[in-house]
Design a protein around this ligand. Structure first.
Ligand SMILES: Cc1ncc(COP(=O)(O)O)c(C=O)c1O
Length: 403
């Protein structure tokens, strides 16, 4: 396994003691991988402008930036002619696609989505959380059948609330049967599982570097060129234009068209380095270790009275390393504060920017993102997570419940 930076971080707990930090908040932002940091450090001495300079450093930096594009394309198994557009994050990527949809496009989206995939669409049909995976496919099928004109199905590959995997291959199949396209929000999938856009027949995927161990401010949208080539340039300015005179001639190649201004070169290099590091480590080893730890965490939490894990499709449905839960008698914020302040454990609490979904899972009224009502605690793991971290969380929650 590659090393992560900060594995030896110590944090203060009640009484002033320092303890090793148990980072169980990977789904929010994962720590930086050592090879990612090394790639950025190696690129810095020659750091220069891209696409514009004749100088050697500029040419080298341009080559590194374009190589990053190829690496990301290969990482997600994209088709050779797919566009790979560097963005700030997943939210930026979904918004970019939203602005490029053909006029009149109807988007079909489940209420289970993260706000980044739920909100950018001008015209959308919202579907209730499905009771089982086949119901998701059936509901998408029925909704798409009733729509005329261009249509886009948007779905997350792995839920940021429950970690559960969605049937994206079946959903892609249904979308295409109705002449629709599919955008997969892979923000929580790519840090945990291999994604092959071509094999799954997906039209677009979006994800963020900071969740993929590359916290340098880049994300990506990968997918079919035509809508992106026709859409209004995302930012208007240098780099997006071929020529400016009385008329402006915009690039019709989606990559320059939507990457105006000086791009986040180091972010792209970091993202590509993370892709390379995960591929080199091998998915079998990554998945095996994650499944071992998440099974231990889930069974530990399940053994504590008053702890309820949130799940849409039941205990046995496959999931990535994310577990959300509630603790009877305590608000999620109280639990998170005790875990941090007394045990040196970092988790997330709230509604995880998926308000309709968390509300559905908890069956309570919406209380706003930071409100203690209708919220849960989320523990999430990845490379660098240890059995000690998992056990510390379980024992801390047990102690809390027994107070
Ligand atoms: C499934 C999912 N989609 C989208 C996002 C948004 O990612 P970002 O904040 O990097 O834009 C997140 C972040 O939590 C997420 O979990």
């Amino acid at each position: 396994m590659p090393a992560v930076l900060g594995a030896d971080l110590e944090v203060p707990v009640k009484g002033g003691r320092l303890v090793g930090y148990a980072n169980l908040d990977y789904a929010a932002s994962a720590p930086c991988l050592e090879p990612v940091s090394a790639a950025v450090t190696a690129a810095l001495p020659a750091y220069s402008s891209v696409h514009r300079g004749a100088g050697y450093a500029s040419q080298l930096t341009t080559a590194r930036y374009e190589q990053a594009r190829h690496t990301v394309r290969a990482f997600v198994g994209a088709r050779p002619d797919d566009a790979v557009i560097f963005t700030r994050n997943t939210t930026d990527a979904t918004n970019l696609l939203a602005r490029c949809l053909p006029a009149g496009t109807t988007t079909v989206v489940f209420d289970t989505e993260h706000h980044a995939s739920l909100l950018p669409w001008e015209k959308s049909v919202r579907l209730a959380p499905p009771a089982f995976p086949g119901e998701a496919v059936r509901a998408a099928d029925a909704a798409l059948a009733g729509i005329d004109g261009p249509k886009l199905l948007v779905v997350t590959a792995a839920s940021n609330v429950t970690g559960e995997l969605w049937p994206i291959a079946a959903l892609a199949h249904v979308a295409h049967r109705h002449g629709a396209r599919i955008l997969v929000d892979a923000a929580q999938l790519v840090p945990h599982r291999r994604l092959n856009l071509t094999a799954l027949d997906l039209d677009y995927v979006a994800f963020s570097g900071h969740k993929l161990y590359a916290p340098f401010g880049a994300g990506v949208l990968v997918g079919r060129r035509d809508w992106l080539a026709d859409g209004d340039p995302y930012l208007k300015g240098g780099g997006a234009v071929r020529s400016v005179g009385d008329d402006t001639e915009w690039h019709d190649d989606p990559e320059p068209r939507h990457e105006a201004g000086t791009p986040n070169v180091l972010g792209a290099i970091a993202l590509a380095a993370a892709c390379d590091a995960l591929t080199a480590t091998g998915w079998t080893a990554l998945v095996r270790e994650e499944e071992r730890l998440i099974a231990r965490l889930r069974s530990g939490l399940a053994s504590i009275e008053g702890v309820r894990e949130l799940s849409l499709w039941g205990d046995d449905h496959p999931r990535v390393g994310i577990v959300s839960f509630t603790v009877a008698g305590y608000s999620a914020r109280e639990v998170a504060e005790v875990l941090s302040g007394e045990y040196g454990i970092g988790v997330r609490d709230g509604k995880f920017c998926a308000h309709p979904f968390v509300r559905h899972l908890l069956g309570e009224a919406d209380g706003g993102c930071e409100d203690g009502t209708a919220s849960a605690v989320r523990a999430s793991i990845g490379i660098g997570s240890t059995q000690e971290h998992v056990d510390r969380l379980v024992e801390a929650v047990r102690d809390l419940v027994n107070r």
